[in-house]
Design a protein around this ligand. Sequence first.
Ligand SMILES: Cc1cc2nc3c(=O)[nH]c(=O)nc-3n(C[C@H](O)[C@H](O)[C@H](O)COP(=O)(O)OP(=O)(O)OC[C@H]3O[C@@H](n4cnc5c(N)ncnc54)[C@H](O)[C@@H]3O)c2cc1C
Length: 492
Amino acid sequence: MGRDNPGVVIIGAGMTGILLAIKLQEAGITDITVLEKKESIGGTWRENTYPGVACDVPSHAYTYSFAPNPDWSSHFPAGAEIHQYFKDIIERFDVAKFIRYNEPVTACAYDDATRRWTVTTERGDYEADLLFSATGILHQPKIPGFPGRDTFTGHCFHTARWDHSVALAGKRIGIIGTGSTACQVIPELVAMPGTDVTVFQRTPQWTAYMEDRPFADWEKARFARQPWRMQLIRWLSSFVYSRGTAALAGDGVFDRLTHRLMAWNARKLLRDAVTDPALREKLTPDYQFGCKRVVITSRFYDAIQQPNAHLVTEGIERFEPSGIRTQDGTLHELDIVVLATGFDPTAFMRPMAFRGSGGLSIEQAWEKKITAYRSMFLPGFPNFFLMLGPNSPIGNQSVIEISETQTRFALQLVDEWRAGRLDRIECTPAAVARWAAMIREKVQHTVWASGCDSWYLDADGDALTWPFTWNKWVAMMAAPDFSDFVARDAGD
Ligand SMILES: Cc1cc2nc3c(=O)[nH]c(=O)nc-3n(C[C@H](O)[C@H](O)[C@H](O)COP(=O)(O)OP(=O)(O)OC[C@H]3O[C@@H](n4cnc5c(N)ncnc54)[C@H](O)[C@@H]3O)c2cc1C
């Protein structure tokens, strides 16, 4: 105990929580507790087991930088393989010993007198000097309140709560949504024997084509012999995605040209893939390319043109016992409804009673606006690190890269604090206000504010995503500006 070997609690044992445990242990900290609400690690890759679940960034980029994996089966491996990667990692890096399962955190409270956090789970209390929330950004399913949903007599479940006891073959299946997840599920459902699949689309999506390909055994052996090949794929992938983000967020001539090229390519993809003009019209977005998250798929357009697939663009009026009635009065009779309706990206570490210094609740702190300095820090919440907080999602970039930049940033602050050069790790109110103003000003000039309804913006039109380029993120997260943090002895 003490600053040299502080007590650390990490909430959540997904990709980010595991990363933190590894890096904190490497920094010489041994008093680490990872509290995971479920019975196993893996977060996203444990929860999402729907047919077709897979990575949509190349596997060698969706890998910890310090733990390359020559054995990835393909460029876009299935969710179960990614889950296994993380299971192997916790053994290989000896962090399994820190994880406590079936411990849902229900409350966290900072005590100004002891300068420690009390973290409460259903089983008891834990004390911590440093608290990390790694509860994920796409974790709490968003389920719109469709009238009459409870009256439906068939099966109805969210993609993140897939009911594997329900047989799909031969069934009339409705799927609500056409985002990234839906575009992974739909081809699988359409390909199952005897299914009839009705897709309820609220908004069409722009897509980008990336075909998967299994790696041959000789390629895997070569990755193991020549790790630089994995690094190259990683670098290329990061470069391509960062160019994509620059095209959406940047305002240079080259950025605008790249955006036009990407938009032209997406239109061409749709034109070439979908032969029926009426269907193509329905699938054509009326907003700019990139305003919503671009769906990476090589199979959706083909699937939606199969005889057993139907695209419905009429709005949903209500659920009825035998199916879904749309606003044109049609009743679509269904056995199963799949909700591919996404997640609440602002739920962060909730539901949880979260209180900082002086009893300040997270609801009070975020009463006016959900924001966090450098996406991680909140005034009034000392020694607390919000991983993947507001403004951290960056285009289609690998989220592992984002968590790694945040972890490095956090560790620099932890080092300063351990050395006694920071009184506590807490940003100043001025720093977070400046940050929020910077985000607000910039988002107006990006494609995200060009007039579509997306989870990248909040209700006021402020960005939840990062409205700048990837390079700017890397630069911002390279090193803390200590003047933005509460100085030694200040305010005590
Ligand atoms: C369907 C889907 C596909 C995706 N595909 C990609 C992709 O291809 N590429 C990409 O870069 N990203 C992708 N993502 C984003 C993905 O969420 C991140 O890549 C990554 O998994 C985030 O890891 P995490 O640990 O931060 O959060 P999560 O994986 O969500 O893990 C959070 C953990 O915290 C635990 N937890 C939450 N609340 C509590 C609590 N109160 N108490 C205790 N434990 C708690 C959860 O049980 C969970 O284990 C995808 C997301 C989804 C939903």
